[in-house]
Write a new protein. Structure first.
Length: 274
């Protein structure tokens, strides 16, 4: 289906989208694109040659969904919801384990082998095989989560819809994201990285190597890095204040990606846990 030009034309018409296409046709077009997102046939963003490439027409379709749809009551057992977007269905056939209390919206892709504890996954998100979304974790709109990732309890993965060209959060394969971490605003966690509890990462957060004090990136955690929340002092007119940073303690060797006991040992080495 060549949806890109049609959806983009519809979106760019703004409030005059009805002049481009009748309501019934617009709903059919937008619904078909969001359906492809739901099934994982397309995705909002992916890494190509090391760079995150955004599928802008896919985001246009998500935004158009909320323009062309009406609010409806949704019943799930004893619960009632009112929304423009239905809940995702078909978990058993898709090979996804869903614990009571978990929910995802239509348009989110969950690969076979994903485990959802009581958590939430929003439209446009992509969660790849073998990933655990733990209790009270949130994968917001358009976030891209790789294979064999552990999003620990209370983790917040931020979403992005507008502007359409904005880069979503990307967490690559084999990452461990510690409890209560917040990864937002287009930040990126590269393959095999391990994040200690409570790290706040935005697109502008300085990433600093502990051994050298060198700032190596903004908002991007390097591959296989073991990282904790840090503070960097900065002079202002009103005094010296501590600003948050991501502190790289060391890098794991190949093959250490899944050894979470190793992560705890590294934190103990630096006196971060007892």
């Amino acid at each position: 289906m060549d949806y890109a030009k049609q959806v983009t034309k519809l979106f760019e018409a703004g409030d005059d989208w009805r002049d481009v296409m009748p309501l019934a046709d617009a709903r059919e077009l937008v619904g078909s694109v969001v359906g492809m997102l739901d099934r994982g046939e397309i995705r909002v963003a992916k890494v190509v040659d090391g760079a995150v490439v955004v599928n802008e027409p896919a985001k246009h379709a998500i935004l158009m969904w909320f323009r062309v749809q009406e609010m409806k009551a949704i019943e799930a057992g004893p619960f009632e919801y009112v929304d423009k977007l239905p809940l995702k269905r078909g978990y058993e056939a898709a090979g996804v384990r869903v614990v009571p209390g978990a929910s995802a919206r239509f348009g989110a892709y969950l690969a076979p082998g994903v485990v959802m504890m009581p958590c939430y996954v929003n439209i446009g998100a992509y969660v790849d095989t073998g990933t655990l979304v733990d209790t009270w974790a949130t994968v917001a709109s358009c976030a891209q989560i790789g294979k064999n990732v552990h999003l620990s309890g209370g983790v917040g993965i931020g979403g992005v819809l507008e502007p359409p060209e904005a880069v979503p959060v990307v967490v690559e394969d084999d990452c461990f994201v510690g409890s209560r971490c917040m990864i937002v605003g287009g930040a990126r966690v590269r393959k095999g990285a391990k994040l200690g509890a409570g790290l706040i990462l935005t697109a502008t957060t300085p990433v600093i190597e502990a051994e050298t004090g060198e700032e190596i990136a903004r908002g991007v955690i390097p591959e296989r890095a073991v990282v904790v929340q840090g503070t960097r002092m900065k002079e202002f007119a009103g005094g010296t204040f501590g600003l948050p940073c991501a502190l790289v303690l060391r890098y794991l060797a190949e093959g250490e990606e899944h050894d979470r006991l190793k992560l705890n040992a590294i934190l103990r080495e630096h006196g971060i846990v007892s």
